[in-house]
Design a binder for this molecule. Sequence first.
Ligand code: BGC
Length: 393
Amino acid sequence: MSKRKMLFVFPMPALLLVAIMLCLCCSQLSCKRKSMEVKAKMSIQEQSFGQTPDGHKVKLYTLTNSNGLKARIMTYGATVVSLEVPDRNGKLGDITLGYDDLDGYVKNNPYFGAIVGRYGNRIAKGRFTLDGTTYQLATNNGENHLHGGIKGFDKVVWDAEPVKQKDAVGVKLTYLSKDGEEGYPGNLKCSVTYTLTNDDELKLNYEAETDKATVINLTHHSYFNLAGQGKGDILGHELMINADKFTPIDNGLIPTGQLQTVKGTPMDFTKPCAIGAHINDDFEQLKFGLGYDHNWVLNKKGQELTLAARVYEPNSGRVLEIYTTEPGIQFYSGNFLDGTITGKQGKVYEHRYGFCLETQHYPDSPNKPNFPSTILRPGQIYQTTTIHKFSAK
Ligand code: BGC
């Protein structure tokens, strides 16, 4: 081979090498730029979400964290309208049930994404006695009171202000529930602050004060489907609940007052178990609840923030972990969803297309002296925290 030819042959791979190195450098640079862009994406946007039939303007806040997770929260019911989190391939999906517009929420809402109060869950016959006075609350679930009554906190418009932190974006919602509302005593000033952190957590901080002794049990009522909203039932999700006991109920879903061990029953989620594995077992408690609709007694000593539940969805790889300062968690397997609701993006919500994990004090505590107290007195501050942490594996 002549020298000339050699010279002609060798520069080609050399050039190629230089080109490859240049490409690598550029792609690294653009990667860096991309991650800077992503970081810069952490934002809070405010927009109108329409008006209630009685003329209240509703706002929608879109929170985006530095990893691109997105929570949309509206002031009607302090409601999570959507929650986009990544699957194991990094693909975002909306994992909460709900409606595309306000109208859906106003017309027919089984508490999708809402804050429920003044008392989340049931109070038997809507009645309780506090300091010698008997209070009769609105009854809206047969003879019982459920989730704050006929017009609970899920159906009122909250005030809102954006919250900016170094590693989180959020919105603080406030509401004044007047003395006598739905039958409850005391003017109750309450707030719920949602923050979306750069650790991929949706954090809820609840606070309240009253001017008269009252009862309070605030919780959050998102229906989750980690495969994506409207994408099938939740029976294949694997659930762990950090609880050795639950509070058994009667056929009106009111706790009997006992604490029962989960051992050897379909209520045992101390180790991860598919929600559908035992849901149709011949077990009286499941008959009463028409599936799971019970409060679990969390394994904990006091009010420390502890892991309450973990849910894993095998197809998407999405994982939800719930941490709370509360003593209990209601696991509701969407038993009353029956295909009559068409939700976001035209998706029909069939039986058990979503589940709720509502951190709370136990149901009917105002009538159960052996349950942790839900009484709030003037001068005391009600303060609880619940964290929803998202990841994928
Ligand atoms: C309750 C269910 C109820 C549902 C309403 C849940 O928190 O436990 O019994 O039907 O809310 O959507």
